[in-house]
Design a protein around this ligand. Structure first.
Ligand code: ATP
Ligand code: MG
Length: 441
């Protein structure tokens, strides 16, 4: 496949540009990653145009430390790849170049051009029936690239040659008035890529911005378009939404805009139940706090919280068949996860610990003999214990089980023995296992 070089020739809708000089913005060159500076400078020295763009310019201008640096250039992906030893072209729908230095990745994109009309046949741009862009490798000049970005505040370009910000969409004004505004016709832009609706919520929560009326209003009507998005992409987006430090606020906004149900269709049926809503909200409060303190988090914990209520419903239904609890839970977990991954694909490296956390909720009440000590050694004990405390905090009655485990962890061996002896026998009545069916010979 060949790709045409960006040109100025067919730039029909040149947007008015403004250049914001260094004394009018607060971007400090010192705050820019050395690797990103290297990438931009090398592209410039090789005769290409190159700018820092997107979230890093937006965040730096707001005084926030960017989480990564993106670069935009008129060099084609192959030309970029040739210039940098440790680089790789990724993506087919949207070809971008990743440049690696240590653990940092600088993402370089070639300026996107105006999209051909929806009805036109074009080899580098393909749409679905709903208007979704399935492929977009049409290149153009920087002015067109700016119009192809999602929100005005994400379409600011930082020019390292003179430290000015290039603004084609009045994004700097929106940044100062804390407005999130989609570029172009909102309905068309959401149809092209429904994930932009989730991105709107994410940025509004992260930056504490208002969403402009024309940007928020079509979301209710178009939210169902998210069902066409591949489940793996929705999983990546879910991680950014819930586990980037603003999860609780994001959760409330997603509910408000009826988007939560696109990510968790089954859970959304339980949100009227105060326990479920509190459970998810409080888990995100805790996650946000942990992230603020640079403490570790695992996506498995959040997903096991988010799917707990649908799991319980299935578990109770299966239990009626009088199978052992553990087998019922395993079956319920299997079908809860199977149903969820149709919309948000959770990788196996997370579903395995999720199952453990759920299974341990059955084991935590059974503490007689050596069981309690054994449980302490389980690799997922800590997560399961935190899960139990959260359940209790949100209204689940467990007869003080969480407090017992708190004491047990702090106790010496003598005290532990007496604690186990003192467990009322009613709390460990084990169910009789049904006799194994013998196979017909
Ligand atoms: P952050 O990295 O803080 O999450 P970001 O704005 O940098 O935010 P990225 O996903 O890194 O987000 O994307 C970089 C830039 O690419 C965005 O700022 C935006 O200009 C553009 N972009 C990303 N996704 C889309 C999209 N779905 N539609 C249009 N433009 C997009
Ligand atoms: Mg970014």
């Amino acid at each position: 496949m060949t790709f045409s070089k960006p040109t100025d020739s067919d730039n029909k809708h040149k947007a008015p540009t403004s250049r914001i000089p260094p004394d009018k913005h607060r971007i400090n060159r010192e705050a820019i990653s050395k690797n990103a500076l290297f990438v931009v400078n090398k592209l410039l020295q090789s005769g290409f145009q190159a700018y820092l763009v997107g979230g890093c310019v937006r965040d730096l201008a707001l005084g926030i430390i960017p989480k990564d640096f993106d670069v935009s250039t008129d060099a084609l992906p192959e030309e970029v790849e040739k210039l940098f030893k440790r680089s790789r072209i990724i993506g087919r729908r949207f070809r971008i170049v990743h440049i690696y230095s240590g653990r940092e990745i600088t993402e370089v994109t070639t300026f996107r051009g105006n999209l051909p009309h929806a009805d036109d046949d074009h080899p580098h741009s393909v749409r679905s029936e709903t208007g979704r862009l399935l492929r977009d490798n049409v290149y153009g000049p920087v002015e067109e690239d700016a119009l192809r970005r999602d929100f005005t505040i994400n379409s600011l370009y930082y020019d390292l040659k003179d430290n000015c910000i290039l603004d084609f969409n009045n994004g700097f004004n929106d940044l100062n008035s804390r407005q999130l505004r989609i570029i172009g016709d909102p309905i068309q832009r959401y149809r092209e890529d429904p994930v932009r609706m989730l991105r709107a919520i994410r940025f509004a929560a992260k930056l504490d911005f208002d969403i402009a009326a024309d940007t928020s209003q079509p979301i209710f009507e178009l939210s169902h378009h998210l069902s066409h998005i591949p489940a793996a992409r929705l999983f990546d987006e879910a991680l950014k939404l819930f586990l980037s430090g603003h999860g609780e606020k994001t959760y409330h906004l997603l509910k408000k805009f009826d988007l939560f149900k696109q990510l968790f269709p089954e859970t959304s049926d339980f949100l009227d139940d105060p326990f479920t809503d509190r459970f998810i909200g409080q888990s995100l409060v805790n996650t946000d706090q942990r992230l603020a303190k640079n403490m570790g988090i695992t996506p498995a914990f959040f997903f096991s919280v988010a799917l707990w209520s649908p799991l319980q419903k299935r578990f109770q239904a299966i239990k009626k068949n009088n199978k052992p609890d553990a087998a019922c839970l395993q079956e319920a977990a299997q079908s809860t996860i199977a149903s969820q991954i149709a919309s948000t694909a959770i990788p196996r490296r997370f579903t395995t610990p999720m199952r453990d956390i759920w299974h341990l909720q059955l084991r935590l009440p059974r503490r007689q003999g050596k069981r309690a000590l054994k449980l302490l050694d389980h690799p997922r004990f800590r997560a399961a214990y935190d899960f139990l405390l959260l359940r209790e905090e949100c209204g689940d009655n467990t007869d003080g089980l969480g407090a017992w485990w708190t004491l047990f962890q702090e106790a010496d061996s003598q005290k532990r023995k007496s604690m186990v002896m003192a467990i009322p026998s009613s709390s460990f009545k084990s169910k009789k296992r049904p006799r194994r069916k013998t196979r017909p010979r």
